[in-house]
Design a protein around this ligand. Structure first.
Ligand SMILES: [Fe+2]
Length: 365
């Protein structure tokens, strides 16, 4: 049967592995294969909740290797799963080339309509990168994939000496009437998602949750990272598709389910795990490690923002601790017990609908 989407037909024609399902426990070890178009080993990761909306790929750079220059018309986010390397970005319309170095858990933009080249700076281990973009939607609008790759059209890079300098954080007091502020981290290069600590308290989702919102200027790409306490778990909730979650650090699991009668999918996670909550599926994140758990969410296009993390129908789209099924808490406590740990969930959180989390001693930015 022909693929419904131009993107899927293109993806299937590339001849590299395509990993499907609900999650990949470790992107650092997932099978990759030689990809003629990019001159490297790679694999597509197309989990439930992604088709027609967003693309993700794992690409490998061999030890000491440099990949061929490449140009795409689609803005792309790149997250470093393992290894150290460098990126050079240039355009025939700009005088200056930009080079920058990265290491595990860095994240950076590969800007549209400019050339880039990726290098592995180590001679003993491969690099692995996770790439994320909106190619399925772009190819639904322009049904010829060749249009997007290595074409003649180039854009001038913004004039800035530190175009790929460290992203800068600001605090937005109010992003819209009636909404709480947020920490906004903007730039084209985010050095290490595993240690970033300018986070704003987000008590609405429970669990001593703190988060930062990220943007790359001049694109519609956005991301956020949530950090939540050891021995706690977030509230179950649901939203739209295309939200790729990759783990920079911590140990835990998430549960996803379509509706109250359906199977519960349990996803174990640690650094470099990836999963995507399918469209309108409930999901819930549990930290069973001894340190705060982190997840990085790469956001789909804004067209899906109405189905995003900002809960508009709190009663219908979020499950309060007081309303959740008993096995949720029981499973969490037994998972902790097998690790010799105890729940840090306050008893009152299970009894009081408007329980206020005590963030005392937990840094806010
Ligand atoms: Fe979510």
């Amino acid at each position: 049967m022909a693929s419904e989407y131009t993107y899927d037909a293109w993806m299937e024609a590339q001849g590299i592995p395509i990993h499907r399902g609900y999650f990949v426990e470790d992107l650092r070890t997932v099978e990759v294969g030689p990809w003629a178009q990019r001159g490297c080993d790679a694999a597509f990761i197309q989990l439930a909740g992604m088709p027609g909306v967003v693309e993700s790929r794992v690409q490998e750079i061999p030890a000491g290797g440099t990949l061929p220059p490449f140009k795409s018309s689609i803005d792309e986010i790149c997250y470093v799963l393992m290894g150290q390397g460098s990126t050079t970005v240039w355009s025939s319309k700009s005088e200056k080339r930009h080079s920058f170095e990265w290491s595990p858990r860095s994240m950076f933009l590969l800007p549209r309509n400019t050339w880039h080249q990726l290098s592995n700076m180590q001679g003993d281990n491969p690099v692995r990168l996770l790439h994320y973009n909106y190619a399925p939607m772009a190819m639904s609008a322009v049904g010829n994939p060749d249009f997007f790759f290595n074409n003649d059209y180039e854009e001038r890079l913004p004039i800035a000496d530190d175009l790929f300098g460290e992203a800068q954080a600001t605090v937005q007091e109010h992003i819209a009437e009636g909404e709480a502020g947020r920490t906004l981290w903007q730039g084209n290069f985010f050095p290490d998602m595993g240690v970033w600590d300018k986070l704003m308290h987000r008590p609405g989702r429970g669990s001593l949750n703190r988060s930062v919102y990220m943007m790359t200027p001049g694109t519609e790409l956005t991301m956020h990272m949530s950090v939540f306490g050891a021995g706690t778990y977030k509230k179950g909730h649901r939203h739209g598709p295309g939200r790729v979650i990759v783990i920079p650090g911590g140990e835990g699991y998430s549960i996803m389910w379509a509706n109250e009668d359906s199977e519960r999918i349990v996803i174990p996670w640690h650094e470099a795990s990836m999963f995507v909550p399918p469209d309108r599926w409930f999901h819930q994140h549990f930290n069973v490690g001894e340190v705060p758990g982190r997840y990085l969410a790469l956001h789909p296009p804004h067209q899906f923002a109405g189905m995003g993390e900002d809960i508009t129908d709190r009663a219908g789209d979020q499950i309060e601790y007081t309303q959740e099924e008993n096995w949720i808490r029981e499973k969490f406590e037994s998972e902790l017990a097998t690790r010799g740990l105890k729940s840090a969930m306050p008893d009152a959180a299970y009894k009081e609908t408007d329980y206020t989390w005590d963030y005392k001693g937990v840094a806010d930015s």
